[in-house]
Design a protein around this ligand. Structure first.
Ligand code: HEC
Ligand code: HEC
Length: 222
């Protein structure tokens, strides 16, 4: 290629990519507003509380923070709000083994935090973080009892660990079968509050037959 050819390649090549760059910038700017819902006063307040107690010193959010504790980006989608509130205000009242300290957060601060976390969960992050690997852990196994399949598909693992896989905010169920009997497990799943007043476990919304199957599975964990 002669000098002129090289020069033309440079000029037209640059121009070509500059036009693409302009178009992509325009496209992104047009979509930016729609990627996050409106920021209300309570969302702002919640963000202040998030900073006040340095939650990011242990948790990650939108990719930032520490890896000591679970990611908070989509936590509101996966756990009931009443549960989150109780946990945030007094982790050990939910699980005596919780390692999150009681930070002295007021009820109003907790509500604002949850509003903030709810706002964060609605930010369009292009599918990040990926659905927790936890949700599918164990699903590759062949012979699964019906109860085990329900346990995995109903999100129990989001709060409970079985054989070292699962969340840590609820108690570890690896040996539940040697600690509790059938009758306890069945009635607890159906209505945790009735069995244990003040329990943070959300009632299992399923048919009696499914709760039976879950119970059958849990009592085998010894
Ligand atoms: C000293 C570290 C630490 C700090 C600070 C901390 N957390 Fe935690 N948090 C944890 C750990 C560890 C867990 C996992 C459960 C457990 O073992 O306690 C957790 C669990 C949680 C959960 C339950 C998550 C789930 O998936 O069930 C929520 C919600 C939560 N933290 C919110 C907060 C908020 C909001 C703040 C700031 C006000 C905060 N945390 C500050 C360590 C911390
Ligand atoms: C949002 C978190 C959360 C989810 C989801 C959840 N649990 Fe729990 N679960 C808890 C907490 C917290 C406790 C401890 C309650 C207490 O002692 O007050 C608990 C307690 C239990 C217990 C009693 C454990 C014991 O030692 O007494 C069983 C059994 C149980 N859960 C089974 C399940 C099953 C099955 C599912 C799914 C259908 C499930 N859980 C979903 C939080 C959760």
């Amino acid at each position: 290629m002669d000098n002129k050819g090289v020069r033309n390649l440079f000029i037209y090549g640059s121009l070509f990519f500059f036009v693409i760059f302009l178009y992509l910038t325009y496209d992104t700017m047009g979509k930016l507003d729609k990627r996050a819902p409106e920021i209300t006063e309570n969302v702002n307040q919640g963000k202040m509380v998030w900073h006040k107690y340095d939650c990011i010193g242990c948790h990650t959010i939108l990719g930032n923070g520490s890896y000591f504790a679970p990611d908070m980006t989509k936590v509101v989608e996966n756990k009931p709000k009443a549960y989150l509130k109780q946990f945030i205000m007094d982790p050990k009242s939910v699980n005596p083994n919780a390692s999150m300290p009681k930070l002295g957060i007021s009820s109003e601060e907790a509500d604002n935090l949850i509003t903030f976390l709810e706002w964060i969960s609605k930010v369009d992050t292009n599918g990040w973080p990926p659905k927790p690997i936890l949700a599918v852990a164990g699903t590759g196994q062949k012979e699964q009892a019906a109860g085990q399949r329900l346990f995995l598909s109903m999100g129990c693992q989001g709060c409970h660990m079985v054989n070292s896989i699962g969340g840590t905010s609820g108690p570890d169920l690896t040996h539940i079968g040697s600690k509790k009997d059938r009758a306890f497990v069945f009635s607890f799943l159906k209505d945790p509050q009735a069995v244990k007043k003040g329990s943070a476990m959300p009632p299992v919304k399923a048919s009696d037959a499914d709760i039976e199957a879950l119970t059958d599975y849990l009592v085998t964990l010894k």
